[in-house]
Each structure stands twice: as C-alpha cells, then as structure tokens.
Design a binder for this molecule. Structure first.
Ligand code: G3P
Length: 214
C-alpha cells in the first residue's frame, strides 16, 4: 500500500518524507487554508520535497471552468494530480482532461456506485472518505471493501485512495483490504510509527548495555 501524507504543512511533509515513508501528498482547500499561505507557493514547495503524486484541488463548480482550472493546476508541476469533486461536472472534467494525460483524484466519494462512475470516467484515483462516513454512523471501511471488490470485478485501473483517515485502525483495515493508497494525516502517521513496547525495549537494552564490562 502506498502512503500519502494528508496535509499542506510543509514541515510535517519534510519530517515524514525524511524518514522515507511518503509516496505522495494530498491537499484540499481546508488543509491549504489551515497553513495560511498562498496556494500555488505551498504546492510548488511540496513538489520540491516529495517526488510523487501531489494532489491539488480545483475549486470551480462547473466543468466549463473546472477543465481550464485543471489544466492550469497540472501545468504547475509534472507530479500534480488534479482533485475534482464527485459531481457530474467533476466527472466531465475527468473525462476531458484524462484524454490529455492529466492525472485526476476524484474526491468526496461516499458510495460505491459513485466510485464505479468515477472509474468509468477515467479517474486515476478515487478518494472515499471513511472518517466522515463513520461520523454519521455509517461504516466507512465497508465502502472501501465494496470499491476494492467492484474495481476488481471489472479490472478498473483507478486506484483506491483511502481518505479521511482518522486513526491507525482505518489504516490497518485499508491494508488488509488491499487498498492501493492510504492518505494519512501527520498525527496518525506518528501513531502508526510509535509502539510503547519498542520504547520500553530500547530503554532496557540501553540500561543492560551500561552493565556490560567496557
Ligand atoms: O483529503 C481529504 C480528507 O482526508 C479529509 O479528511 O478528516 O477532513 O474528513 P477529514
């Protein structure tokens, strides 16, 4: 499973990229707003840090505006993946720009039927939001299993990118289900890395080492 980091915080991106575990980055307008910097400046900086797919989201509503916006975003850097919403206008955009070789990430997916339509339109990635489904008492991870099964049934090339991950169990289940990518917030990446028994083990090894005659 590929690991993308779900943030526009360049310090966090640098921290985890330096460990060697980041395959790509996803951003959205809320994550960009959080860092309080100009959109294009942040996206360019991210592209300099991580050599992998970097999702940048279009904010247009209609395809007539979204298509030129997608082209503009894609022109920022060769690794840019244009994020579009799972609407009729978003799918029209996917269809149009994918023919020109532009990669797309269809976001705000909340049902398996939506995911099937996005694949049909030619999406590079589909982003089902598991945490936001859990928030309304629907099991987000069931959606991932459904999409993995349906894409498998028909051999769609669209990659399943698990988004809105809120805890290590989302990540674990995504890997068990064979999702292609998980996009993980820095805080959850930290949780995935740490284990109390590792820390206790290091402490014990170091303490015992002190007693070894030198
Ligand atoms: O990339 C979009 C997604 O990960 C949003 O997560 O926590 O705002 O539902 P969240």
């Amino acid at each position: 499973m590929k690991i993308f980091i779900d943030t526009a915080d360049v310090a966090a991106i640098r921290e985890y990229a330096n460990i060697g575990i980041v395959d790509g980055v996803t951003t959205n307008p809320s994550l960009i707003a959080k860092v309080g910097r100009k959109f294009e400046e942040v996206v360019r900086e991210i592209c300099d840090i991580v050599d992998g797919p970097i999702s940048a989201e279009a904010i247009s509503v209609g395809a007539e505006d979204m298509i030129p916006e997608a082209k503009k975003l894609a022109a920022i850097h060769e690794n840019i993946v244009v994020k579009v919403p799972l609407t009729a206008e978003g799918l029209k955009t996917v269809k149009a720009v994918s023919q020109e070789g532009i990669k797309t990430n269809v976001t705000l997916c909340f049902s398996a039927t939506q995911a099937l339509l996005a694949a049909k339109a030619g999406a590079t990635y589909i982003s089902p939001f598991v945490g936001r489904l859990d928030d309304i008492a629907q099991e987000g991870m069931t959606l991932i299993q459904d999409i993995v099964d349906i894409y498998g049934n028909y051999g769609f090339a669209t990659e399943v990118l698990v988004a809105s991950i809120r805890n290590p169990l989302h990540f674990l289940e995504a890997a068990r289900m064979g999702a292609d990518v998980s996009t993980v917030p820095p805080s959850v990446l930290g949780q995935l890395l740490k284990h109390p028994l590792t820390d206790i083990g290091i402490e014990k090894f170091l303490a015992d080492w002190e007693t070894v005659p030198k």
